[in-house]
Design a protein around this ligand. Structure first.
Ligand code: HEC
Length: 392
């Protein structure tokens, strides 16, 4: 009991920290990407690649980018790396506290026979394997063939999503895939981008030439990170939206969302360099509409159901929901009512009729992992009760 209570606090602090450092990291990354696109490429001095004026927060700013490096190594020279490292560290700790410590409820499919240790091991192996595969691809000739590169990466990610969906619950599959892509992003910073910057600094001190290949390498990795950003951010918020992850082929839905997110990023990158491709907007809108249409909830068949009274619904809720959604829950994991939602009384049930319908019938995301084994008939009963009461 006290352990679970403390874990909640740890999870809250970690999430708060994770979001803050994540914003700092992605914010800086968006900013520098923007800067690179907006630099005015007419230097008044030879060594300058471009410059830029900006006004922000009550002041004018002037920035210059060097083609190679300045005459002397400037002091202090600011680096951007801890944001990335702390985002990954706090993210991994969160994954541990929320998903690994409660692997039976959060990670595994309901009723799974798999040991929680094996589940955690599978999850961690995925984080490592995706980096190994991606890094090998980047070092192979395929890095110069974007179409094949994207196809191989997408296949690997899709197969992972499918395989994880065989053992993990859908919410965990989304989080796992997000964590895998996030791991690539941080590993790119740690293993490639920062080492290259160190070589750059060394070249500046020794006044030696920087090989063009080095610059290209760093550029490719940071470009990839730029494209990973939206998919990763999507997985981080998707857990709150069962409309997305509770469909039958939720792993495939995730892949479609990934592709759309990458195209959105691509649109903005092109726009940044003055090539607005409106056809991409068309593609994005059409895919989104199709996806929304596909994910629309199927109406539960209620023709055979007799008129269901609120008292009957209360019995169902008592049986299937109250172990968690109560002023005093009896569930082994959830010791305070999740989402602050208690459904002990008829009044509480009536007030929350829309939410109950949404979660038990429309998306069927409740009961959580269907831990209490709610039946299709019970969902149909709630559906016909909802139709009757909300039309009264
Ligand atoms: C095993 C515990 C458990 C059971 C049983 C359970 N829930 Fe939940 N419920 C949760 C958790 C955990 C959340 C929070 C999920 C989240 O944050 O994404 C939640 C969230 C909700 C929400 C809020 C979702 C939102 O964002 O609006 C509703 C509504 C809900 N449950 C309804 C129900 C109903 C109705 C039942 C019974 C049919 C039920 N739950 C059974 C654990 C449970």
């Amino acid at each position: 009991m006290i352990r679970l209570y403390l874990l909640e606090w740890i999870s809250l602090f970690l999430k708060f920290f994770h979001v803050i450092v994540g914003i700092a990291w992605i914010g800086a990354s968006f900013y520098f990407n923007w800067l690179e696109n907006k630099l005015k490429r007419v230097g008044n001095r030879d060594e300058i690649a471009g410059h830029l004026w900006a006004v922000h927060g009550g002041g004018f700013y002037y920035l210059e980018k060097y083609k190679q490096y300045p005459h002397e190594l400037p002091e202090p020279l600011h680096w951007f790396k801890w944001e990335a490292y702390f985002t990954w560290i706090s993210g991994f700790l969160l994954l541990t506290v929320v998903y690994y410590f409660n692997a039976n409820s959060y990670l595994l499919l309901p009723g799974s026979e798999m040991s929680t240790y094996v589940a955690v091991l599978l999850s961690i192996s995925g984080l490592i394997l995706v980096w190994v595969v991606y890094d090998l691809l980047c070092k192979s000739v395929l890095v110069d063939r974007p179409a094949i590169f994207i196809l191989v990466m997408l296949s690997f990610v899709s197969i992972s999503a499918y395989l994880y969906s065989l053992v993990f619950n859908p919410m965990a599959v989304y989080m796992q895939l997000g964590a895998m892509l996030g791991t690539i992003m941080v590993a790119n910073v740690f293993f490639v981008i920062i080492p290259i910057q160190k070589l750059l600094v060394k070249a500046c001190q020794d006044r030696t030439q920087v090989s063009a290949e080095l610059g290209t390498n760093g550029y490719v990795r940071s470009r990839h990170n730029n494209y990973f950003t939206l998919p990763v951010l999507f997985t981080m918020i998707s857990g709150h939206y069962p409309i997305v992850y509770s469909s039958e082929y939720s792993w495939a839905v995730l892949i479609v969302v990934f592709v759309i997110a990458v195209i959105i990023r691509h649109y903005f990158n092109l726009k940044g360099v003055g090539q607005t491709k409106n056809s991409l907007i068309g593609l994005i809108v059409v895919s989104l509409v199709l996806l929304i249409f596909y994910l629309a909830p199927v109406k539960v068949d209620t023709t055979a159901t007799e008129s269901v009274s609120t008292e009957q619904v209360q019995k169902i809720i008592n049986r299937r929901c109250a172990s968690c959604h109560s002023a005093s829950p009896t569930d082994d994991v959830f010791r305070v009512a999740p989402a602050g939602l208690a459904l002990d009384t008829i009044e509480q049930i009536k007030v929350n009729i829309d939410r109950i319908y949404q979660n038990t019938v429309a998306t069927q995301s409740m009961p959580f992992s269907n831990k209490t084994n709610m039946t299709i008939q019970e969902r149909a009963d709630i559906s016909s009760w909802f139709d009757r009461v909300s039309n009264e």
